[in-house]
Write a protein of this length. Structure first.
Length: 202
């Protein structure tokens, strides 16, 4: 019986790993391509914001200083700025190097969700990961440097630690830390802090 359970677990793990590699490889293809034109009917942020978010990191690599003008977005969202700087430093300055950042954080989102799924609904996690892999918004925003992916990753970690904290109160500190890092990745997550989190106490 134990050997059968191990074999089933091993097969499922291989399937999840293959799904992860498959959908990650699809997202890597032509990483410098523009986003599709059907993401938003009212905002062009997906097209203009990524360059703004990478500007200070580009300045640091090319000119040796974060600011060469009055633009200082790194003070608003420092976490992805430093990761973008690392990408530029290693791979050079360019669009695909910039888009490596959301791709990296989307992979971390996968791992974080794997942790949650394995803990709370292990029997359905294979279906969950398949649906996540073919999810259009998740796939597209994995290739757009608009800070959605780092923000989401730290929220996923915060949710995990928040659930665990009811049994181990010291995890409330990690919850607060992850939510802070999420805010320092994209300030719009403040809506989540103000609206969604209080509902968990109702």
């Amino acid at each position: 019986m134990m050997n059968q359970n191990r074999q089933t677990f091993s097969r499922e793990s291989v399937c999840i790993l293959l799904l992860f590699l498959l959908f990650l490889s699809i997202r890597i293809i032509h990483l410098a391509a523009d986003p599709p034109d059907n993401l938003s009917l009212e905002s062009g942020g997906e097209y203009g914001d990524p360059g703004n978010y990478a500007l200070n990191a580009r300045n640091k690599v090319l000119f040796g200083q974060w600011q060469i003008d009055e633009f200082a977005g790194m003070y608003v969202v420092p976490v992805p700025h430093f990761v973008t700087y690392g990408s530029f430093l290693v791979f050079g300055v360019g669009i695909w190097q910039m888009n490596l950042v959301p791709l990296f954080f989307s992979a971390l989102c996968w791992l974080g969700l794997f942790l949650l799924a394995s803990r709370y609904f292990p029997r359905s996690r294979l279906l969950f990961f398949f649906l996540l892999g073919i999810n259009y918004p998740f796939g597209i925003y994995s290739r757009i440097n608009d800070q959605v992916m780092p923000m989401t990753f730290f929220v996923i970690l915060a949710i995990y630690y928040f659930i665990e904290a009811w049994g181990r109160p010291k995890y409330f500190f990690l919850t607060a830390l992850c939510l802070s890092l999420s805010f320092l990745s994209k300030e719009k997550i403040l809506y989540f802090h103000l609206i969604v989190l209080p509902l968990s106490f109702v």
